[in-house]
Design a protein around this ligand. Structure first.
Ligand code: PDD
Length: 279
């Protein structure tokens, strides 16, 4: 298995980036995570659209056109071998000649890096147990819609959740629950599926959009609306979604059972619809 760095495929151990890279010094870059099921990059167009949006938001010129991105990611997945993989890609503003907050000279080229990891579907037993989550104050910045590599708050929040014996932090800001530290959030209440609306406070999840598409297709009532802490605590079901964890039921919130403490019937249907469209 090889990684991609600035136009070349090479062994991971040989992939080196200069210490003056702005990704290293400033976290000045953006990333994507794309699942590849049996060699097929899933929802690639949506991920490349979001990549464009992130790059535009941080004013890094896209180093590749669509066809080049598709070809290089496809080649990377092919070299990863059979089975499912997740592709991580990141673009930083590049390596400057000195450390300076201001953008470097125009001839500094973005650093493009991509690698794959084996993607293991959650164990059936794990899916049936569901995840435990903890509500935490959102300490991130005001542009959480950008998929920036600057993830220190997310890292600290996730670790705080793990230290408390939980799987994920659910983030609350100004009374509204927004998303997990690395996942989108859904609730089911009175048969209605809800997720917070897109905006600067959360990442526009590709899996989130797919879940809404599937709800629409199968006639499950859904809404994009603000979700309060009270809504969350009263919900019949809570789900977290991401490209690497698919649709995961949350069965414990702050140590209390969600619903009857087991993944709910609406989750079960959605998880099945998701598997069907993966295939
Ligand atoms: N994280 N919200 C946040 C803050 C995320 O980091 C992610 C994904 C999501 C879900 O987005 P998507 O469905 O497009 O994967 C929501 C990735 C998987 C990561 O950082 O590893």
């Amino acid at each position: 298995s090889r990684v991609y760095l600035n136009g070349r495929f090479l062994p991971l151990a040989e992939a080196c980036v200069p210490v003056l890279d702005r990704g290293f010094l400033f976290g000045d870059g953006i990333y994507e995570v794309i699942p590849a099921y049996g060699g097929h990059l899933f929802r690639l167009t949506a991920h490349l659209d979001r990549l464009d949006a992130s790059l535009a938001a941080v004013r890094i010129g896209n180093p590749h056109d669509r066809a080049t991105w598709r070809a290089l990611l496809q080649e990377l997945v092919a070299t990863a071998g059979p089975g499912d993989h997740s592709v991580y890609l990141q673009v930083t503003r590049g390596a400057d000649v000195k450390r300076d907050h201001a953008f470097p000279a125009a001839d500094v080229k973005p650093t493009v890096f991509a690698m794959t990891h084996p993607l293991r579907a959650p164990e059936p037993a794990r899916l049936e147990t569901g995840a435990s989550a903890r509500l935490m104050a959102d300490t991130r910045w005001a542009r959480c819609d950008i998929k920036a590599i600057t993830l220190l708050p997310n890292v600290l929040l996730r670790q705080a959740a793990l230290d408390a014996g939980d799987d994920e932090a659910i983030l609350v800001r100004d009374g509204a629950v927004l998303e997990g530290s690395a996942s989108s959030l859904f609730i089911v209440a009175d048969g209605m599926l809800s997720t917070p609306p897109k905006g600067p406070a959360l990442l526009p999840g590709v899996t989130r959009d797919l879940v809404l598409e599937l709800a629409q297709r199968h006639g499950l009532p859904w809404a994009e609306r603000a979700i309060s802490e009270t809504d969350l605590r009263r919900a019949d079901e809570i789900w977290l979604t991401s490209s690497t964890r698919e649709v995961m039921a949350v069965t414990r919130l702050d140590g209390q059972p969600v619903g009857d403490g087991r993944p709910g019937p609406v989750w079960r249907r959605m998880a099945e619809w998701y598997q069907d469209c993966k295939a």
